[in-house]
Ligand binder design. Structure first.
Ligand code: MN
Length: 245
């Protein structure tokens, strides 16, 4: 049987300082592509489009979905005004990814959300976000790591024992990297927080009693090449994708 096709959502970038300044480009870090390949899937990049029927057709062409990292989510999408520490938002990508998460839910496609991915999943299913971790009462850890080594692990998360994440990682606590300044605030209905940092920031969420939808706040794609633990997240997605065809 052929390998499952794994869609990866893309960023858009206004390319200045290049040979063609002003061009808008669709792109994703190659770490996502490599991680899917290494896990046994066929990576397929999904650019943001405005037409929901095209988004649906994109989903019909894939067996599983990676919601990749990227810019902040417009807080109006979860009923808040923009606060001072909100970063740049990308309305096209927000609109597209909300459609694609909801379509994936309807078609029961397995989903792995990474960084922005966990956040857009939570918003799409009705949850809210902290626009900046400084809003979190007990947040004391620096969640945007400052290291010269990109693969460096940065902080600890504890894993909920009765979770899919535990079965994937096989550990009750792990060290993760951390490149985020937003985080899940109110958990979306139907989800459980399955990893939490020592300062109480939600670092993973899972849809309960449904098909596979898992979001992590860290970046396993940056670590999967050398870490079988982090690669296991992608292998789980590929396995679910193969089983759900
Ligand atoms: Mn973190």
């Amino acid at each position: 049987m052929s390998k499952p096709v794994i869609g990866i959502t893309c960023n858009t970038l206004l390319a200045e300082g290049t040979l063609l300044p002003g061009m808008i480009r669709a792109f994703v870090s190659t770490d996502y592509i490599q991680s899917v390949v290494q896990a046994g899937g066929i990576p397929l990049l999904l650019p943001s489009v405005t037409d929901p029927t095209i988004a649906r057709s994109q989903l019909m062409a894939i067996d599983g979905l990676v919601m990749s990292g990227g810019p902040d989510i417009d807080p109006s999408l979860y009923g808040e005004e923009p606060l001072e520490k909100l970063g740049v938002v990308n309305p096209l990508r927000d609109e597209y990814e909300l459609v694609i998460v909801k379509e994936a839910a309807e078609l029961k496609k397995p989903v792995l959300g990474i960084c922005r991915g966990i956040q857009i999943i939570n918003v799409a299913y009705g949850g809210t976000l902290y626009q900046d971790v400084s809003q979190i009462p007990d947040c004391t850890i620096k969640h945007f790591q400052s290291t010269t080594q990109r693969e460096a692990l940065w902080h600890t998360v504890s894993i909920e024992p009765k979770s899919v994440l535990t079965t994937i990682l096989g550990q009750s606590a792990i060290r993760v990297n951390s490149y985020h300044h937003q985080a899940v605030k109110t958990l979306a209905p139907g989800f459980m927080a399955t990893a939490i940092s020592t300062d109480s920031v939600i670092e993973a969420i899972e849809l309960q009693n449904e098909h596979f939808v898992l979001g992590v706040q860290w970046h396993p794609e940056m670590l999967a090449e050398k870490s079988s633990t982090m690669l296991a997240l992608f292998e789980k997605l590929v396995c679910e994708a193969a089983n759900n065809r």
